[in-house]
Ligand binder design. Structure first.
Ligand code: HEM
Length: 440
């Protein structure tokens, strides 16, 4: 992939391209670009300090790796504002000759060094590390019953995804593109330091399998309409965080970090993570649907009739209000022929509360629009239940009636891959055994 000319695109667009490129080249380009604005730092490409990126203190890190919300800002309505830039590193680990205890120590030291190098915030760096069923399967012992981590599989009849079987997934996220890239280089590339702090070399213990990237923030989808999968002139509102033209992640539609935390057993304090890479094909979405139809399909027909959403979701505050609609989703779909995505997904709430903490972000990997749909939940079973509700096989059941129903956004979304991971509590984040209780 080639970087655009920094003089011909906005700084944000250039930063997004640099994160997607990665490596020393991406980091240097990013730093050069910010230098032109007067804020760069030549040393930083070699692991030197990054301008304006605060250092951190590992002693302050919470036990839950996924406890990001307290470290993030809220918008005026109280919704959590996620970090802007994201890298997903899929790696195989510890397959070489290094004795396991040494490997574990080195990996833990590298993660701790990153926590020293970066404040645990969007201005610094947030990260998690998770392990796949394939990783646990090749080790002696079995996961405790308190962990529900089946192998990933296709979840609908409409998909034929590739199955992610890499051992581990490291999710790196920060507002500053150079911070994500410097951390990425220190863990997986040749850099020996990040943000001016030496980082233990564990790179030989990681065998990179895949690297995926994305971004989330108002205005970014509009800037990236030149990707395939969306018309170049699609009227994506400036305030939209999604290529579909709306905001997401409203507080009342998100599970709390407590709800998604595993409560018992040796992995108490951890969570499960599923990541589906979704490709979106939005030409018809933008060229054939009206704003009202888009609202009806993404939220609900009631939202469209009552003008509840506004241009991109600015009227919703912290609650999209999809759980207590007057209509029954199935009956309504059969009568009116359309049912909303969020309305359907909300049917899987438990005791009125959402089960998934969605930390998804749009992407233009492969120069095509999509979403890395990353969620945290207590069990993978929670995810499957919500995905079933979203699919709505009970609504469009393949009968003549079913096939006439506009079933949310399904026709625009294509599942490319699925992966499941266990994100252990911080104390077990370096090469955990399947049942740490049985360790000698
Ligand atoms: C292209 C893909 C997708 C887009 C653009 C999208 C967009 C949205 C939007 C705009 C909302 C309402 C506002 C909010 O986020 O709070 C929403 C809600 C939701 N979506 Fe999606 N979504 C997508 C895929 C999925 C998938 C694959 C799932 C998986 C199961 C899912 C599950 C949910 C859930 C659980 C809610 C909240 C429902 C509740 O309030 O209980 N979404 N989505």
């Amino acid at each position: 992939m080639e970087l655009p000319d920094p003089d011909s695109v906005s700084r944000r667009e250039f930063a997004k391209a640099a994160v997607a490129l990665g490596g020393v080249a991406g980091l240097s380009a990013c730093l050069d670009a910010s230098d032109a604005d007067g804020g760069g730092n030549a040393d930083a490409a070699d692991g030197g300090p990054l301008d304006g990126v605060p250092a951190g203190d590992p002693g302050e890190a919470p036990d839950r790796q996924h406890a990001w919300d307290d470290a993030l800002d809220r918008d005026d309505a109280g919704n959590v504002v996620p970090p802007t830039h994201h890298v997903l590193r899929y790696v195989d680990v510890d397959r070489g000759d290094a004795p396991r205890a040494d490997a574990r120590e080195r990996i833990e030291a590298a993660f701790t060094d990153l926590e020293r190098a970066f404040e645990r915030s969007a201005a610094g760096l947030l990260f998690t590390v998770g392990y796949s069923p394939a990783y646990f399967d090749r080790l002696p012992g079995t996961l405790p019953e308190s962990v529900d981590l089946p192998a990933p599989r296709p979840l609908t009849g409409l998909e034929d995804p590739s199955i992610d079987e890499a051992d581990a997934l490291v999710h790196l996220a920060a507002d500053e593109p150079a911070a994500v890239l410097a951390a990425d280089e220190a863990l997986f590339g040749g850099a020996t330091a990040a943000n001016g702090v030496p980082v233990t070399d564990a790179s030989g213990l990681f065998d990179p399998v895949d690297r995926r990237t994305g971004f989330i923030g108002a205005g970014l989808p509009r800037e990236h309409r030149d990707a395939d999968g969306i018309p170049d002139d699609a009227p994506v509102p400036e305030g939209a965080k999604l290529f579909m033209g709306f905001a997401n992640g409203f507080a009342e539609s998100q599970a709390t970090e407590g709800r998604v935390t595993i409560e018992g057993g040796p992995f108490a304090g951890g969570t499960t993570q599923q990541v589906s890479t979704l490709r979106t094909q939005l030409d018809a979405w933008w060229s054939q649907e009206s704003h009202e139809q888009r609202v009806a399909k993404l939220f609900s027909p009631t939202h469209a009739d009552e003008g509840r959403v506004g241009e991109y979701g600015e009227r919703l505050g912290s609650d999209p209000g999809v759980a207590d609609l007057p209509e029954d989703a199935v009956a309504y779909a059969h009568e009116e022929g359309v049912v909303g995505h969020a309305q359907k997904a909300a049917r899987a709430r438990e005791d009125g509360k959402p089960r998934l903490l969605r930390r998804d972000f749009p992407t233009t990997d492969g120069d095509h629009t999509g979403i890395h749909f990353l969620t945290l939940q207590e069990s993978i079973g929670d995810f499957v239940a919500v995905r079933d509700a979203m699919t709505g096989a009970d609504i469009a059941d393949g009968t003549a009636v079913g096939s006439r129903i506009n079933n949310g956004i399904l026709q625009y979304v294509f599942v490319r891959s699925r992966g499941n991971f266990l994100v252990p509590p911080r104390g077990l984040r370096a090469l955990p055994d399947p049942d740490p209780r049985s360790e000698p």
